[in-house]
Design a protein around this ligand. Structure first.
Ligand SMILES: Nc1ncnc2c1ncn2[C@@H]1O[C@H](COP(=O)(O)OP(=O)(O)OP(=O)(O)O)[C@@H](O)[C@H]1O
Length: 786
């Protein structure tokens, strides 16, 4: 019986498997038979030849209708073609490549045993995280596994797992590092490679890294290149890494030509303003003050500017929450800021181009480009952070007079229409003096201002496009004043920045530090990990000469620091590029505010933890040494024998005698008090007795039964009779003379009294004699009845 059911279920399974295989083969056939005319008419995901698991994942994630790029690209990718795709920002490119990635592996019956099947490379960590999250949602019902490898995360944790995933998403440097170091990561079976924002990957100086990655992938893999914009370098890359690529361009009517035109979302409202360089911060301030309820993203050209503007504005408090995001922040802070900004309704994020590409922050109202973008394609990606997926959005580009003509004409060449705005004088507020006073009182802020100033100049100099970026025409002294600096730091500008040195700078900026240190290893493979040398921001300040807050004099005082001057850190790469001629401004160090040398946060934490350990832990014991040099605790317990022999200690008996003395004194006082009280009582009783005697003379008996309004007994006397007297009881028990005989006498006195009828004039009042016999009682009852 059991055997039979097993056979049945095995048969069932076989039938199911065969059915599934049949369905899959039919789907594959449908994919191959799809024509462009057919798929262009599709409106919904379920019309596409997709497996049930992915359709369920899409449905559950709320994706039902197809966007233009999804409609055009997914079928081409499913067919196994190499695809070079471009579409407007926010038009759904992520799904356009993720759906084919998942389906490719499902079609191949990919399992855990098959290892890595697809690789997705993105230029930034934030974008990798975002793609990973979408993949987890839509691939939820498949059997595939996915992994994320980005810089700034726990490398050894990643290394352990990286060999076990089917789809890997990451940034180029980290991916290459894993390929080089993780023995478990096998790339020879990779079926699909996706380069998202391919032009940006190349632009960021990842060309060599990318070549190294491509070199480790099998030649027969399928390759997809996606971006909102395509550059010539992407074309070169396509030629090198793709086989007969299909061009899918949802931006253009003439789809398939791979043309250069750029198009922006229709729901985007674009404008630009022209301001002098030294008024940019005031302009941003005025803008924020008049848009306190908006969600704003501000782009500037370097992380140092982000840092300076954020810190300055934070101190001036514009009335809108401020955030910052740039590539030099710790990964944890970057992710936290991304999440916070995603969730915020009204706030201002100041950022570099690290967030310009691909990031999908919901509901941004304004994108402000405070510094001119490097080229039109960067402009398109920046403004593309708003007006996504049909939502409304506005952008404002801030240009200098020297930049206007060049940049606007390049925009027109790409058919981008943008209107010029004039800012009303009444709306402008100049905050230069506030910034100057902040910098004057805060050495650290001034230091940031100097770094930001240099960074900006550097960003202008390295630009290729000299018809827009003209360093010679910039009023740098006024610019320095607007950053709160007392004078312009003198810069030694490089004579010429050619393409090669420009690319070297980018490569250096984005290189993987671990890979770099590996390449610096000696013959034995040993290397010094520079990142382990912890340097605080004050260390960095002291290592620099480009500031007036720390004079040359300080450097001379500290030879160690003086010696370090040439070791510019990664963070201070401005100085490697542009040396500062003058070490000191016109300002005398004596005029400057005192520099508070707080410890770094790390040092303060360390000190605090030391304190806590000291509080909790053993504090050590005080010891005394005897004549033989033997250590003893200050207080040592005797053994029992010695203790008994010595008898009670002197301290003990002294303590007892003083305590006894104290008790005797207290006892005497107590006795005096009791004596006084007794005397008082005696006096009161005598007084009472005397009064009673006087009363008995008048009325021949004190006991009065109150039946109506009449003379009442003295209140004090009544109490005296009815309330138990504790003091008297005590006296009784002590058997002393005093109240007791008195009381007995009194009682006797009451008992001897007879109730007497009172004067008949007092109506209702009887004076009676105490009834002694039954006859007396009967007589009393008869009287009362009368
Ligand atoms: N078919 C769809 N149905 C509903 N929403 C979609 C669909 N496709 C994409 N979206 C949503 O549109 C937004 C933009 O998508 P996505 O980030 O993929 O755009 P993109 O083209 O990659 O943009 P960028 O060029 O800036 O990288 C996302 O919030 C995404 O969830």
């Amino acid at each position: 019986m059991v055997k039979k059911s097993k056979t049945v279920s095995r048969d069932d399974k076989r039938v199911k498997r065969e059915q599934a295989e049949k369905q899959l083969n039919e789907l594959k056939q449908r994919v191959q038979d799809l024509t462009a005319e057919e798929y262009k008419t599709f409106e919904r995901f379920k019309e596409l030849p997709l497996t049930a698991d992915i359709l369920r994942g899409l449905d559950r994630s709320g994706f039902h209708s197809l966007t233009e790029i999804q409609k055009l690209a997914i079928p081409e990718c499913l067919k196994g073609n190499d695809v070079l795709a471009a579409a407007k920002t926010g038009s759904g490119k992520t799904l356009a490549f993720l759906v084919p990635v998942v389906e490719k592996l499902v079609f191949e019956n990919w399992s855990d045993m098959d290892g890595l099947g697809a690789l997705i490379i993105t230029p930034t960590r934030e974008l990798a995280v975002q793609i990973y999250e979408v993949l987890l949602k839509i691939g939820k019902f498949t059997q595939l596994s996915a992994g994320l490898v980005i810089g700034g995360k726990d490398y050894s944790f990643e290394k352990e797992r990286v060999g076990r995933v089917n789809i890997l998403i990451g940034t180029p440097g980290r991916l290459l590092q894993h390929m080089d170091e993780s023995a478990t990561l096998q790339t020879d079976n990779v079926q699909m490679l996706v380069l998202d924002e391919a032009d940006r990957i190349l632009d960021m100086g990842f060309k060599k890294t990318l070549d190294a990655i491509l070199g480790q992938l099998p030649a027969g893999r399928q390759t997809l290149l996606f971006s909102a914009t395509q550059t010539k370098s992407v074309g070169d890359l396509a030629r090198l890494s793709m086989v007969s690529p299909k061009y899918v361009n949802a931006n253009l009517a003439n789809n398939g030509t791979g043309g250069e035109e750029l198009s922006l979302p229709d729901s985007l409202e674009q404008s630009y303003v022209v301001v002098p360089l030294n008024e940019k911060l005031s302009l941003l301030w005025s803008f924020l003050k008049s848009h306190l309820q908006a969600k704003i993203l501000v782009f500037v050209s370097s992380s140092k500017q982000v840092h300076f503007i954020y810190e300055t504005f934070r101190k001036l408090q514009p009335g809108i929450p401020l955030m910052k995001l740039h590539g030099r922040q710790k990964q944890k802070a970057r992710l936290e800021t991304s999440v916070k900004f995603t969730q915020s309704k009204n706030c201002c994020l100041i950022a570099t181009d690290v967030v310009a590409r691909g990031l999908d922050f919901p509901a941004i109202d304004w994108v402000i480009q405070l510094d001119c973008p490097e080229d039109v394609s960067t402009y398109v990606h920046r403004v593309g952070r708003c007006a996504r997926f049909g939502r409304q959005g506005k952008s404002m580009l801030v240009l200098l007079a020297s930049e206007e003509e060049g940049f606007i004409s390049q925009m027109s060449a790409k058919k981008i229409e943008i209107k010029k705005l004039n800012i009303k004088g009444s709306k402008k507020k100049n905050i230069q003096s506030q910034i100057q006073s902040l910098c004057f009182n805060n050495a650290e802020l001034k230091y940031l201002a100097q770094k930001a100033f240099i960074s900006y100049c550097k960003s202008v100099i390295i630009q290729k496009n000299k018809s827009v970026f003209k360093i010679d025409e910039l009023p740098l002294d006024l610019f320095a004043s607007s950053y709160g600096l007392p004078g312009m730091p003198k810069l030694r500008l490089p004579k010429k920045v050619d393409d090669e040195s420009r690319m070297k700078l980018k490569e250096k900026k984005n290189e993987n530090r671990k890979l770099k240190s590996l390449s610096n290893a000696n013959d034995e493979g040993e290397f010094e990990d520079q990142s382990k040398k912890v340097r605080t921001k004050y260390d960095k300040m002291f290592e620099r000469k480009n500031q007036d807050v720390l004079s040359e004099h300080y450097m001379q005082l500290n030879p160690e620091l003086g010696g370090k001057m040439s070791n510019a850190s990664d963070d201070d790469d401005d100085e490697e590029f542009m040396k500062v001629k003058r070490h000191d401004d016109e300002v005398k160090t004596a005029d400057l505010p005192e520099l508070e040398l707080n410890s770094s946060k790390r040092a303060m934490k360390k000190a605090l933890s030391r304190k806590l350990t000291a509080m909790k832990g053993d504090r050590g014991a005080k010891l005394v040494f005897d004549e033989d040099g033997k250590a003893h605790p200050v207080y040592e317990l005797d053994d029992e024998e010695t203790f008994l022999k010595e008898g009670p200690s002197k301290v003990h008996s002294e303590f007892l005698s003083t305590e006894r003395e104290k008790m005797t004194k207290a006892d005497e006082i107590d006795k005096g008090v009791v004596k006084d009280k007794r005397a008082e009582k005696k006096r009161r009783r005598k007084e009472l007795e005397r009064q009673l005697e006087e009363d008995s003379d008048d009325s021949e008996g004190p006991y009065v039964a109150t039946l109506g309004a009449s003379d009442s007994p003295d209140e004090d006397d009544k109490n005296y009779e009815e309330v138990p007297d504790l003091e008297n009881d005590l006296e009784d028990s002590e058997g002393e003379d005093g109240a007791q005989p008195e009381k007995k006498k009194q009682k006797k006195w009451f008992e001897s009294e007879k109730y007497k009828e009172r004067d008949s004039k007092d109506a209702g009042v009887f004076e009676i004699e105490q009834p002694e016999t039954i006859d007396d009682l009967e007589a009393l009852a008869a009287k009362l009845m009368d």
